[in-house]
Structures are given as C-alpha cells and as structure tokens.
Design a protein around this ligand. Structure first.
Ligand code: R5P
Length: 298
C-alpha cells in the first residue's frame, strides 16, 4: 500500500472556509429537474442568454417534400452552424445531417397522420431507446387541444413524458391548432398551460396578439414560437422580436427560414433578435447586408 501511505503525507486543502456553491438553474420551471435533464436542456437553450434558435424541418412527416426542403441534404447543412438546435424526424437526421455536426436534436416522435387525413389522429412512433440511440437532446409530439383527437394527443404527450423521464430526456410539447380553432391568447394560453401541467419541459406554440405575454406568464416552462406560414422577412423578424420581448425563450422556426430569399442570412438575423435583442429594423439590415455579401461571393 505504498501509494496510500504517500497520499497520507501529502498536504490536502479542503478550503473549509469556502462554502460549496449551490447555483440555481437558468431556465424557468427547470430548477428541480435531474442533472441529465438540465444538461440536455442546457444544450438546447444557450445558458448565457437562456434562449434558443431551433431549426424546424420536420414538416415532411405530414406534408411530404415540403417547399424549401425538397432536398434536406442540400437545404439544411448550411444552416446548421447558425442555429442552437435541430428539430426533425429520425429519418431526416440519419440521412441528411452529418453526425459530426454535434448540434442537439429535438426528435419528432409522433406519426399516424398526413395532410390527406385528420392531422390530430396521431400515435407515438419512436421508442425512447431509438431516441437514446440517436443521442436526442429532447423528444417531441404535438397536442391538438379542442381537436377531434384531443384526448389521444394528450395521452401521446403523457406517454412520451413518462418514457423520457425514465432516462432524463426532456419533452417538448407542440401546441398544434385544429382547423376550427381561433388562434388567440385564450386558446394558446389554455394549450400551453395544459401541456406544462402534464409535465412538458418546454412548449412550442404560435405568437398571437394581443396577450402573448399572458400566454407566456401562465406557462411555468419556457415557451418558444413556431414561425408558421412564410411571411416577408421583415415581418418574420418583427414577429420574433415581439415574441422575445414578451417573454418567449426563443423560436423553433422552419418555413420563415428555409423559404427566405437567403436562408443562411435569415438564420443569422433571427439569431441576432433572439440572442442579442436586436430590433427588427437592425436585424433586417443585417439580413440584407449578409444577403448582398452572399450574392457577391457567388
Ligand atoms: C409542423 O409540422 C411542425 O411542428 C413544424 O416544425 C412547425 O410548424 C414549425 O415550423 P414553421 O416555422 O414552418 O411553422
């Protein structure tokens, strides 16, 4: 036991007068989660800003070859360096994204519907084992509050949360909107609160006005906004700015990025709004200047 003897004679320094740090956690609603959950959430949300720019390109799972991402292998990789996180299906990640990219993935786990039928009639189609195999940072499914399959989509969410909790994988709840639903703060406030109460660790919903600040305030976990239908670039930046100013913790944007005239420039402009609180006018100027640079270097 020569090594043990040597250790006994070494001077140790326990710094007994320095209290052990007990830091809080930067994300709302996550202070009491387990280490693995917090670690995964810290990959999705930038701990410095508490926000995230997620790139959503899961549209194909219900819409097939969606405009702008007909070729995910060409459209998505140039955007990856400029976002915090990817949101897509396992088919997309395995075929179109290089594993060396090391971007955290929020994995779309629902299936069962396409645009040809009732969208809310979904099930969970991905096992938590496969999510772990892919090294997903979080799993996701959507709920259709007030839709024909409201109960089933809530059950899908609860099941995904239960499975994720077993392994420390957080769940993103997406509040999809049925065709007949009014897109107002009352509806989104209800949907966001319900999924948070079921145990979702963060929520994706749509920006609405007035009252988006109350949607966020009534939801005890971080809220990120979907981009929705393609808007003119300035309007999309304005929407992101208003959402962030009213408490959103980021965006999970698809069409307003990959259908932009210059998707790489748009990603960077959105990131400036989210992480640097840039006003939409400044972000749009940045967008135009990057776009002009890219055009010159072609
Ligand atoms: C819907 O199919 C998906 O959840 C999309 O990821 C979501 O709608 C966000 O994409 P977009 O910004 O295009 O609305």
């Amino acid at each position: 036991m020569a090594e043990a003897d040597k250790q006994d004679t070494e001077k140790k320094d326990f710094q007994v007068n320095v209290p052990m740090q007990t830091p809080g956690f930067f994300l709302r609603g996550a202070a009491h989660l387990d280490w693995g959950m917090k670690n995964r959430l810290s990959r999705i949300f930038n701990p410095k800003t508490g926000r995230t720019v997620m790139l959503a390109f899961d549209h194909g799972y219900i819409m097939g070859p969606t405009s702008g991402i007909e070729r995910m292998d060409l459209a998505i990789p140039p955007l990856v360096p400029h976002v915090d996180c990817l949101m897509c299906t396992r088919g997309a990640i395995k075929t179109c994204i290089c594993p060396t990219s090391n971007k955290p993935l929020v994995l779309r786990c629902s299936t069962g519907a396409t645009i040809l039928k009732e969208l809310s009639n979904e099930i969970i189609g991905v096992t938590v084992e496969d999510a772990l195999r892919i090294n997903a940072a979080a799993v996701t499914t959507q709920v259709y509050i007030g839709g024909p399959y409201e109960k089933e989509t809530l059950a899908n969410l609860a099941a995904l949360i239960n499975e994720g909790n077993r392994y420390g994988i957080p769940t993103l709840a997406v509040t999809a909107v049925g065709r007949e639903m009014v897109r107002d703060s009352r509806y989104f406030g209800l949907a966001c609160r319900v999924v948070a109460e079921l145990g979702a660790h963060f929520v994706k919903t749509y920006y609405c006005e007035p009252g988006f600040d109350e949607v966020v305030a009534g939801c005890p976990v971080p809220v990120v906004i979907a981009g929705g239908k393609k808007l003119p670039e300035f309007d999309a930046l304005k929407m992101a700015y208003k959402a962030i100013s009213q408490g959103a913790a980021g965006v999970d944007m698809g069409r307003n990025i990959f259908l932009a005239d210059d998707p790489v420039a748009m990603t960077q402009a959105v990131a400036a709004v989210v992480h640097k609180n840039q006003k939409p006018e400044n972000a749009f100027e940045m967008y135009n200047s990057l776009k002009a640079d890219h055009a010159r270097s072609k």
